[in-house]
Write a protein that binds this ligand. Structure first.
Ligand SMILES: [Fe+2]
Length: 481
């Protein structure tokens, strides 16, 4: 019965599935539902994908934020460092200004003019002589005889005295008599023959100049315009000597003050070297080479002295640049480079108010100009740059190349020379480079150089003496204080 019923039901059902409109509608709804479900699933998947991408972007953004925060911190640190460098530089500048004020005070006590020239001129005028020389000696050392002034004898005072002049002078220095008169050729027979045309004296008088019981020097006046020299002329000479004593004593004081001035500038230079240990001895090396070039180019004695001063002090302005910048390894930032470049102006300002050093001050100002106008501070080009500054520029660059610095190693000598040649006409004056390369290998002993330029020997001696005293008192600590 149940089986039958089932059959009937199934049969009935089959029939009703085909025919029942409700069921059809339901099936359609179900199909639509499934379709929608699939659509929703697709959208879910797309959404999940978008969410994943968004998470990835968020992570990248967080990373970028982190990096930016780190950069900001670094920038703040660098700004702090730069600010402290600026403060240090301001302090150094204030100290330099104070030192310059002291230098000016020292110089205010000086007066200019070569006192030996003045004495000699007075002797010639009063005796009617037409030429003459003024010589000095130190103690009993006959080899220390030097000509300090000359009139009508053009080879002096640059040259050392000839045997003839030495003979005349030493006779006064070694005898008890204060003076001698020579009016005939026989009177000169006891001396070596004159070796220069201007020494072919017709007649002459020699007299000692005594200052406050110390023998200072000997005056030789010659070729009286009219007639022979007589005892009255000798009296006049000795009188001039004593009258001049006060003036010469003043000249001595002036010399001492000049020494005091140089000592102060020397201490500045030493302090600068202590700040930048890589440049130790650099200034002296530059000065020696500059003198050799000046000699090769046959510059005047005055210009040789100026270039020696300028070379010894060419970087003294670095006293106003902080240690952090001077000794920074690696490249300088633009602002740091400007501070470094300011050393030419500081050095110039330090020396320019002293009349004897105004030309040296100009060389300090322009020793970083380029021959083609691309240097600093004024972008001068060619001959507009002082010749002595062009000389210092070449030697400074060569010396810097062959020695190690905090920011670079040393390069071999041959490469440094090649570099000078390569930069002829751009950075350097070709004529100066040629002169330098031609004197670089000449075997000139230091002693010979100092013999030829007594003033340089004096400067160097003073410089070294100060340096020794400076180091003995813990120079580095003082300089950095
Ligand atoms: Fe320099």
């Amino acid at each position: 019965m149940s089986t039958q019923t089932g059959n009937i039901d199934r049969a009935g059902s089959d029939t009703s599935e085909q025919d029942d409109p409700m069921l059809g509608a339901l099936q359609q709804v179900e199909a639509e539902y499934r379709e929608m479900q699939a659509e929703v699933a697709d959208k879910d998947a797309a959404l999940a994908q978008q969410e994943a991408a968004l998470a990835e972007q968020n992570a990248a953004l967080a990373e970028a934020r982190q990096a930016s925060a780190e950069l900001r911190d670094e920038l703040a640190l660098n700004q702090g460092l730069l600010e402290s460098e600026r403060r240090k530089t301001r302090r150094e500048r204030a100290r330099t200004k104070e030192m310059a004020a002291q230098l000016r005070e020292i110089h205010a006590a000086l007066f200019s003019g070569n006192i030996y020239d003045l004495i000699l001129k007075a002797c010639l005028t009063l005796t009617g002589a037409t030429r003459g020389v003024y010589l000095t000696a130190r103690g009993n050392d006959d080899n220390s005889l030097r000509v300090r002034a000359a009139i009508g004898m053009n080879e002096y005072p640059a040259l050392l005295p000839s045997e003839f002049i030495r003979g005349l002078t030493l006779r006064v220095l070694h005898a008890d008599d204060e003076s001698f008169i020579y009016n005939t050729p026989q009177d000169f027979a006891q001396f070596s023959a004159p070796s220069r045309p201007s020494e072919q004296f017709r007649n002459c008088v020699t007299a000692s100049v005594v200052l406050l019981r110390d023998l200072d020097g000997v005056v030789v006046v010659a070729d009286k315009a009219n007639g022979d020299f007589d005892p009255e002329d000798v009296e006049t000479l000795l009188h001039v000597g004593s009258q001049a004593s006060v003036t010469v004593e003043n000249a001595r004081l002036r010399r001492e003050l000049e020494m005091a001035y140089f000592a102060t500038v020397g201490v500045l230079a030493d302090a600068m070297e202590a700040k930048d240990p890589y440049t130790y001895g650099h200034a002296e090396m530059v000065a020696r080479h500059c003198l050799r070039i000046a000699n090769h180019l046959e510059l005047s004695a005055e210009e040789r002295n100026i270039v020696a001063y300028a070379a010894l002090l060419h970087d003294v302005g670095k006293i106003g640049v902080s240690d952090g910048i001077l000794n920074k390894p690696g490249m300088l930032l633009p602002e740091e480079r400007n501070l470094m470049r300011s050393h030419v102006r500081i050095g110039h300002d330090l020396l320019q108010r002293v009349p004897a050093l105004t030309r040296a001050a100009d060389i300090l100002l322009h020793h970083h100009e380029w021959y083609d106008g691309n240097g600093y501070p004024d972008g001068l080009a060619g001959d507009a740059i002082p010749l002595l500054a062009r000389i210092v520029a070449v030697v400074d660059a060569y010396s810097a190349m062959i020695t190690a610095r905090s920011y670079k190693g040393a390069i071999p000598d041959a490469e440094a020379r090649a570099e000078l040649r390569r930069c002829m006409g751009t950075q350097f004056d070709p004529q100066v480079v040629e002169a330098f390369l031609s004197v670089l290998d000449l075997p000139v002993e230091n002693e010979e150089l100092e013999e030829a330029f007594p003033d340089f020997a004096r400067l160097l001696h003073e410089h070294k003496h100060l340096q020794a005293g400076f180091e003995a008192h813990g120079g580095q600590e003082i300089a950095r204080a």
